[in-house]
Ligand binder design. Structure first.
Ligand code: AHG
Ligand code: MN
Ligand code: MN
Length: 350
């Protein structure tokens, strides 16, 4: 029997809200402090709206496929389209963003400033709903975002070069995971902090300050059904993960939502791999709005992210929707996978 005085849920003391945290950390941002607050605030707002919709997805007619096929040739889900619209609107209304590129739109969109000018300074790239094939079965999905300062002159319309910057130039990046609880996790280049939504009052609280990958981990996350199609370096690394020796064999965990797989691995220690394969010769994940923001977060959390050979954040992008193989996680695990990859020449088709 439990006593009536026993509490089953206790709020952590000194709860800091995301709003308070943004103001506290404003001075860390290398550019104007108010700009960062506006940007993160717009993402915070959109995250709450999408969270509300994702949570009642089974109750309303928003599950399933829409009539559209996106630029990747993939069927868009209704929630993909909805999340895209919510994030677009939230970002457009803040008069700070001059352009947005999204997984769901073939081309980037240009956003005008307050006086119909082109003075806004930031571009946002996003995957509005990641892991969307999981929606219909009530499994965690996410949103990924990546933010750069424009390099084309202010006052002129945004250009493609503003979006095709190396990941190392990101000024902020993050994700929202709509999971058993909803979290917003982001970095501005000063570590990674995670905030959990209290759904009763619609407020994000700092629940995971200074998130860091354990240097080593025992989880590997990969769609192993594609094993036969993987490069030899990946096959050899998987055999290494499965070998009985020391803390191996490792545990295999794969949700099929990059955001959720990344989130778990960052907390517990692990590696996520989406390699090239004979089926997907360039890999599956998109460099600009999946790999780059996650790589920025990973490095800020003392982890690592490569394409199997080189640092993701050093890759010069050439196209908005380009794909890249992705190895991301605990530093020592990514290094070990790299050792196996380097024994074979890098696939020239990638
Ligand atoms: P999206 O839903 O944005 O298209 O992304 C899905 C991605 C990623 O989240 C996930 O890790 C991967 O696709 C799963 O792919 P497989 O089903 O090929 O394993
Ligand atoms: Mn995705
Ligand atoms: Mn998506």
């Amino acid at each position: 029997m439990y006593s009536t005085t026993q509490t089953f849920t206790t709020m952590k003391k000194n709860n800091i809200t995301l709003g308070e945290f943004i103001i506290d950390k404003q001075t860390e941002f290398q550019y104007s402090s108010g700009e960062l607050s506006k940007l993160i605030n717009s993402i915070r707002l959109a995250a709450k709206v999408v969270n509300y919709e994702v949570n009642k997805a089974g109750l309303v007619d928003i599950l399933g496929a829409s009539d559209n096929i996106n630029i990747q040739g993939e069927q868009q889900q209704k929630l993909d389209v909805y999340a895209n619209e919510v994030f677009m609107q939230a970002l457009i209304n803040r008069e700070i963003v001059c352009g947005i590129a999204s997984e769901e739109d073939d081309h980037y969109i240009t956003i005008k400033g307050k006086n119909n000018d082109h003075n806004n300074k930031y571009v946002v790239l996003m995957d509005p709903l990641d892991g969307s094939s999981n929606i219909d079965v009530n499994v965690s999905v996410g949103t990924i975002f990546s933010i750069y300062r424009r390099i084309s002159p202010e006052g002129t319309p945004v250009q493609e070069i503003d979006f095709l910057q190396k990941g190392s130039q990101q000024v902020a990046a993050g994700y929202v995971v709509y999971g058993t609880s909803t979290m917003l996790v982001y970095t501005t280049g000063h570590g990674v902090n995670g905030f959990t939504l209290n759904p009763a009052i619609g407020t994000f609280y700092l629940s995971h300050p200074n998130m860091e990958y354990p240097k080593d981990g025992t989880i590997y996350s990969i769609n192993e059904g594609n094993y036969i199609h993987f490069p030899q370096g990946v096959k050899d690394y998987l055999k290494y993960c499965q070998k009985e020796e020391g803390d191996r064999p490792y545990t295999s965990r794969y949700i099929g939502s990059l955001v959720s797989d990344f989130h778990r691995n960052m907390i517990k220690g692990g590696i996520y791999i989406y390699p090239t394969s004979t089926k997907a010769p360039k890999g599956k994940l998109r460099l600009l709005y999946e790999a780059n923001p996650m790589a920025f977060l990973a490095e800020q959390a003392k982890g690592a992210a490569t394409d199997g050979y080189q640092r993701i954040l050093d890759i010069q992008p050439t196209a908005l929707h380009q794909r890249v193989p992705f190895f991301c996680g605990s530093k020592n695990m990514v290094a070990k996978a790299g050792e196996f990859m380097k024994l074979y020449p890098q696939d020239s088709s990638y």
